[in-house]
Design a protein around this ligand. Sequence first.
Ligand SMILES: Cc1ncc(C[n+]2csc(CCOP(=O)(O)OP(=O)(O)O)c2C)c(N)n1
Ligand code: SF4
Length: 348
Amino acid sequence: MDRSYKELLKLRRFPHTWCPGCGIGAVLKNVVMVIKELSWNNQNTVAVSGIGCSGRMSGYMNLDAVHTPHGRVLTAAETIKTVRPDLNVIVLSGDGDLASIGGNHLLHTSRRNPDITVFCNNNEIYGLTGGQAGPTTPKGTKTLTSPRGEPYLPLRLGRILTQQPPYFYARTTVYHLNHFKTCIREALLWNGFSFVDIISDCIELNGRRLGFKTAHQMFKWFDERFHIVEGEREHLQEDELGIAKAVVEKVPRPIEKVEEKPEIPTEGLKPFTLQELHHFNGTEGKPIYIAFKGKVYDLSTSPLFQGEKRMRCHLAGKDLTKDMDIAPHGEDLVFKFSVVGKLSGERV
Ligand SMILES: Cc1ncc(C[n+]2csc(CCOP(=O)(O)OP(=O)(O)O)c2C)c(N)n1
Ligand code: SF4
C-alpha cells in the first residue's frame, strides 16, 4: 500500500490528542491521501482550521497552517485565497465552529463563492467542550445540555448551501470510505466554494450518551440512516449521501448602445481666457460656464450646480477637464449642454 501520504503529516506530533475511535482521524487521513494523489504539497496548499477537536486537524498536517479564533475560519481562508489566488486553500473544522458561531460567515463566504474547499467534521455535537447540543444536533438527541432531548429542529446545511447556484455540497460519512474519498477529490477539484459535510462520530461525548458502546456501532448506525445516491443532482434529501452541484448559466451580456456624441467644430467659437471664464461663475445672476477639453459649456440650466454655484466640490467658471476625466460620469455630464466658446490663452 502506498504510504507516501504520510509526508503530509507532522508525525513528530503524534500520537494525536483525539479519543480512540473518534471520526476525526479518518477525516485527516483521507483528506491527506487525496491531497497527495493530486500532488498538492506544502508549497502550494494551505490548511485553515477553527476551534474544537476538529480544529486540531491542520496542526497535524505538514502544510502551512492557520489555527483561527472560534468561528472565524472562513474569513481567514477567504482572505488567504484573495491575496494568494495561486494557493490551494482548504478548511478543516467542526459543525459547531462552522455552523454555530461561524454561521454568518458560512452564509456570506459561500455566497461570495471563493475557490476554497471546506471539510466539515459533522459529529452533530460540540465535542471539545463536553458534548453540548449544537445547531446540527438532531431533534430529540440527549446531550449534556439537552438531557431530555434536543427540542429544536437542526439546521439543514445541505439546504442552506444549495439555495442558489453556483454551489458544491457533498454529504458523506467516515464509514463510507470510497464515497468519502470521491467527495474529497471532487470538492478539491471544484472551481469555487465547495463544502463536504462529513457525518462523523464523537464516540466519547455523544455516542456513549446515545447508547453506543463502540465507534463501529455508530458507523453501522450511519449506514442505516443514510444511503448513497449516484449521478448528477442539484439537491440531496436528508438521508442521502452524494454530491449536489450547480453552476450559473452564462447569459451573454446585452451589448450596450453607445450614444453618439456630436463632434462640435471649434472654428468660429468665441475664445475665452481662463480669467474671462472665471467671470461666469453663476454669482449675481451671471451664467454658469465651465471648460472641458478646450470647449466652454453653458451649464446654467444644470441641476448639478447648486449652492455657491458648485458641482459637488467643483466651482463654476473653471476648466474642469482634469476632474471630469477621472470622474465616473466624465464627459456625459456636459455634452448635452450647449457650447458657447473655446478656451484660449494661458492658464492663470
Ligand atoms: C468565542 C468562543 N466561544 C466558545 C468557545 C468554546 N468552544 C470551543 S470548541 C467549541 C465547539 C466546537 O464544536 P465543533 O466545531 O463541533 O468541534 P468538535 O469539538 O465537535 O470537533 C466551543 C463552543 C471558544 N473557544 N471561543
Ligand atoms: S471528544 Fe469527541 S470529537 Fe473530541 S476527540 Fe473525543 S471523540 Fe473526538
